[in-house]
Design a protein around this ligand. Structure first.
Ligand code: URA
Ligand code: URA
Length: 226
């Protein structure tokens, strides 16, 4: 069930995912006090084998108090080279997409499901997603965004704990631990398939509406939002 301020947007309710059990599986990650601490731990992480082939860890970057959080899949070649998320071709497209809803890279926080590059950009393996999950969960807890935008299948399925296809997940208002979550296509997929551009534009416009509604709802209840 959506709270009234979200229901007022007239978008079908989707899945409600609870917290991935980071405290149980990785209490040392659950206790990290800041995003820098998460990044430091990621830098030395050997929980899966990807650190052996990656050049640099890519923990994530952006505004630590962002209201808008983007979650991608995994670093590619450019990201691995620079240790920063979404800096290659897909990243430049993401920056444009964010600009279209009046958000800059400095406004948002951007991270990935996996913090090290899979060799040759192969799909993440289930055990890698599992091993890396605590970092993502803790990042979301620390940033406390008002909206999460899940980019592509891996981000969406990981956060929502589902195997439902991306086409069926988009266009709905999901929630991850009460935070509204919108699913859209991965920018790298858009570079391959033009026909996903229009639905992506609809998805990010929806994400923008949710952000505006969240701000308004916070102000109405006197919580202060900035
Ligand atoms: N694709 C992703 O999923 N993440 C990045 O950081 C870059 C490309
Ligand atoms: N498949 C994916 O993994 N992501 C997309 O965005 C589209 C298809």
């Amino acid at each position: 069930m959506l709270p009234p301020w979200l229901e007022a947007l007239g978008v079908p309710a989707g899945l409600e995912a609870g917290r991935l059990r980071v405290a149980d599986v990785a209490p040392h990650v659950a206790a990290l006090p800041s995003l820098e601490h998460v990044a430091n731990l990621v830098a030395g992480c050997t929980a899966c084998t990807l650190h052996k082939t990656a050049r640099h860890p890519v923990p994530g970057e952006g505004n630590p108090q962002a209201e808008f959080l983007c979650v991608g899949e995994a670093p590619g070649a450019s990201e691995d080279e620079l240790g920063r998320p979404f800096v290659g071709e897909a990243g430049q497209l993401l920056t444009k997409i964010l600009g279209a809803i009046q958000l800059t890279r400095d406004d948002v926080y951007i991270c990935n499901v996996l913090k090290h590059r899979p060799p040759g950009n192969r799909d993440p393996l289930p055990e890698e997603v599992l091993a890396c999950q605590p970092y993502l969960v803790r990042q979301i807890e620390l940033v406390r965004p008002k909206v999460i935008l899940a980019l592509g299948r891996f981000a969406a399925q990981t956060l929502l704990q589902t195997s439902t296809a991306i086409g069926a997940l988009r266009g709905k208002l999901h929630r991850y631990q009460s935070v509204p979550l919108i699913v859209t296509y991965h920018p790298a997929a858009l570079l391959r398939n033009e026909s996903w551009k229009r639905p992506t534009w609809e998805d990010v416009k929806l994400a923008r509406r949710v952000l505006d509604a969240a701000r308004a709802a916070g102000e109405a209840s006197g919580n202060g939002t900035e």
